[in-house]
Design a protein around this ligand. Structure first.
Ligand SMILES: [Zn+2]
Length: 543
């Protein structure tokens, strides 16, 4: 592999303590302990992916074993450092516990530790993802950890410190590597972009920093992708970066939320479809939605500084304006709904629909609530709503759905009896009957075959479903219910099992009738007369 075709993360992998970004204090501590010959027998590095745990491990190994001593490390060529950099030093053993978790692997290691180092000062074991070791493996390791020979050093790295036995942790000196701060990471990838001669706008670099959440490796691999995708000498700007990384401009989401609160349904869906069409994953959308809710709630406590690349100045001032007219109860309700939907989209086949329904529901909640406020101000009791908790709002909302659906307008082409039946969709059964009446065969089929009722109340249906459910089912059912009742119903998908579907019930009923007939006297007589007769089907006569 030539130097230029190497991925950036490898090409720019720090080789000395001074190269490491964002971990200066830890680097200094370790350096001093090695200089004063007081380094621990076992180092334990923890932190999220890509903050430099294994890089640290190798630098520590080099600084322990460098021919020229730690203070002159890598200033002159030395075979120890070269070999450690290339992972082929005879005294430095690297092991990935993710692939070698067993007690035998550790025994081999311990066997290897019985003899002193061959060429270097120390024999060093680097164990990556050490939390993956089995319990027996840890136990086998513990003995050596307790009384290690002078020439032996352990360096562990892990993303999940909680999975490591306390007995092991207590034998190590622990170093918690922090996420790299946004402005530090920004300066770093900007420097690398310049070294690579790439053209990337600062805004695009900030997006990379945001997505990588403090992981240097992630930031470099995103920069890599951006540079590869942008080789025709144009600048990689924010727009392009957003489409490459499947991210979208927070300002369009803020615009959407603004319209959501002002109840402009058309605009909300227009904006959402635009976001969706640009390739944004519904899950990313919902997570960003949560993030904006968080900002709305806390806008007065947030400072625009070097640690925050999520908002630009314009976003910040837009959010401030929206939040001025906002009730924190709304935000709490919206927050809960968003969390529920994030869970829901894991089980539906078309998450996009769930998100549309989600936006729809939010607008309903908001709409009802505003009505409530109006009523409470024009009505007798102006303070009720403001003092009551969210619970009340929800129950009021449901009451309103009931009230409205019970005072329905009457469609002209139907006689009065039918209308009364129709307006009282008070059970799952009557919903299915209504589908039969209205010749909604497809809906009826889905309701009977592919869904299971979890709970039913007017305005609110909770169902579970199987994988055959039509992807447009919720949309269609919701449209029909609206058409029939002039009211938006909330249809929620549940992980609960629900009742058996009508089709399943029919099958069970049929089987029972079939079995009953087989046990009957009449059937016995037939069999006596015709011994090779076989019961194939049972038809019930009317009456
Ligand atoms: Zn060296």
């Amino acid at each position: 592999m030539t130097e230029n075709s190497k991925v950036l993360a490898l090409k720019y992998r720090p080789q000395v303590f001074e190269d490491l970004i964002g971990q200066e204090i830890i680097a200094e501590t370790i350096k001093n302990s090695i200089i004063s010959d007081k380094s621990p027998n076992a180092f334990l590095f923890t932190g999220i992916r890509g903050v430099g745990k294994t890089t640290f491990a190798r630098i520590v190994a080099k600084s322990l074993n460098c021919e020229h001593g730690i203070e002159n490390m890598c200033k002159k060529k030395c075979s120890n450092c070269d070999a450690i950099t290339n992972s082929n030093h005879i005294d430095v053993l690297e092991m990935d516990a993710a692939s070698k978790t067993g007690v035998d692997d550790v025994r081999e290691l311990i066997e290897f530790s019985r003899y002193g180092p061959t060429t270097a000062k120390y024999k060093i074991f680097i164990i990556d993802e050490v939390h993956m070791l089995s319990k027996q493996a840890f136990n086998a390791l513990l003995k050596t950890l307790e009384e290690p020979p002078k020439y032996l050093k352990f360096i562990f790295a892990t993303t999940e410190i909680k999975k490591i036995p306390v007995t092991v942790i207590s034998r190590c000196q622990r170093f918690d590597l922090s996420r790299v701060k946004s402005d530090e990471l920004f300066n770093y990838i900007k420097m690398i972009k310049d070294k690579e001669g790439g053209k990337v706008s600062d805004e695009a670099l900030k997006l990379i920093v945001k997505i990588s959440e403090g992981s240097v490796r992630d930031a470099l691999s995103l920069l890599d992708r951006g540079l590869v995708a942008n080789q025709n000498d144009e600048e990689l700007n924010l727009d392009k970066a957003q489409s490459i990384y499947g991210y979208f401009d927070k300002s369009s989401l803020i615009e959407l939320i603004k319209n959501l609160f002002s109840g402009d349904e058309k605009k909300v869906f227009e904006l959402y479809r635009k976001i969706y069409d640009s390739g944004v994953d519904p899950k990313i959308f919902l997570n960003d939605f949560l993030e904006v809710l968080y900002y709305l709630k806390n806008i007065n406590f947030i400072k625009l500084d070097g640690n925050n690349f999520s908002l630009n100045d314009q976003d910040f001032s837009n959010l401030s304006t929206i939040s001025e007219n906002l009730d924190s109860k709304d935000i709490i309700l919206f927050w809960q709904f968003t969390l529920d939907t994030i869970e829901e989209i894991n089980i539906v086949s078309n998450p996009n629909l769930s998100v549309e329904m989600f936006l729809f529901r939010l607008m309903r909640i908001k709409g009802f609530k505003e009505k409530d406020i109006e009523e409470s101000f024009t009505g007798k009791n102006p303070d009720t709503l403001i003092k009551e908790p969210e619970k009340k709002i929800i129950s009021k909302t449901i009451d309103q759905i009931k009230n409205v659906s019970q005072q329905e307008k009457i469609e002209p082409n139907l006689n009065k009896d039918e209308v009364i039946n129709e307006l009282k969709i008070d059970s799952f059964e009557s919903l299915i009957n209504l589908c039969t009446e209205r010749k909604e065969a497809k809906l009826k089929y889905e309701l009977e075959t592919n869904t299971n009722l979890v709970s039913f109340s007017e305005g609110l249906i909770e169902i579970s479903f199987n994988e055959n459910l039509d992807k447009d089912f919720i949309k269609n059912l919701s449209n029909k219910l609206y058409e029939w009742t002039s009211k938006r119903w909330i249809i929620s998908l549940s992980k609960n099992q629900g009742q058996i579907s009508k089709k399943e019930k029919n099958k069970i009923d049929e089987k029972k009738i079939f079995d009953d007939v087989k046990k009957s006297e009449a059937y016995k007589k037939v069999i006596e007369a015709f011994s090779d007769a076989e019961l194939i089907n049972v038809e019930l006569k009317e009456d």
